[in-house]
Ligand binder design. Structure first.
Ligand code: AMP
Ligand code: ZN
Length: 141
């Protein structure tokens, strides 16, 4: 538990939430400022700011919970799909530094588009540059 983390306080019951799921490692609750009806946050119970810090079993538990919740949320709000996303790190827009997966229900014709429709300044990478990036990632693991 991190003392000044709002999600730790929610998990602990110090702050209120509309919880929708709980198991040994994972807690899930409605986003207080939803992007769509049913917008849910799925969090590991143990405080960790970044995806890369999660132990394997916790990462698996978070994704398993997201997989279980997705069809349930779709049924509950009659959604046609789900955007499953994590803002990981301040540069990616993360505001609460406790890992959380966003489950945002999507509806035919909602006009939002895929995450590709964010205002990316796309890099111009040729095949050789893409090969280099892939190799760098493999080597950095
Ligand atoms: P992010 O920008 O990925 O860090 O998202 C943080 C999310 O947490 C936002 O969608 C907020 O609406 C949501 N949020 C912040 N405080 C609360 C809270 N007390 N209960 C539920 N959701 C919250
Ligand atoms: Zn926390």
């Amino acid at each position: 538990m991190s003392q000044d983390c709002i999600f730790c306080k929610i998990i602990d019951g110090e702050l209120p939430s509309r919880s929708v799921y709980e198991d040994e490692d994972v807690f899930a609750f409605l986003d207080v400022n939803p992007l769509a009806e049913g917008h849910t946050l799925v969090v590991p119970k143990a405080h960790d700011p970044r995806v890369g810090g999660l132990p394997d079993d916790v990462a698996a538990a978070v994704f398993t919970a997201m997989s279980e919740l997705t069809p349930a949320i779709e049924r509950a709000v009659d959604a046609d799909g789900m955007t499953v996303a994590v803002n990981d790190g301040e540069a990616a827009g993360q505001e609460v530094p406790h890992v959380h997966g966003h489950l945002v229900p999507r509806f035919e014709g909602d006009g939002v588009g895929p995450i590709h429709s964010l205002q990316w300044a796309r890099p111009d990478l040729d095949d050789a540059a893409l090969d280099d990036v892939a190799e760098s990632i493999r080597e950095a693991r």
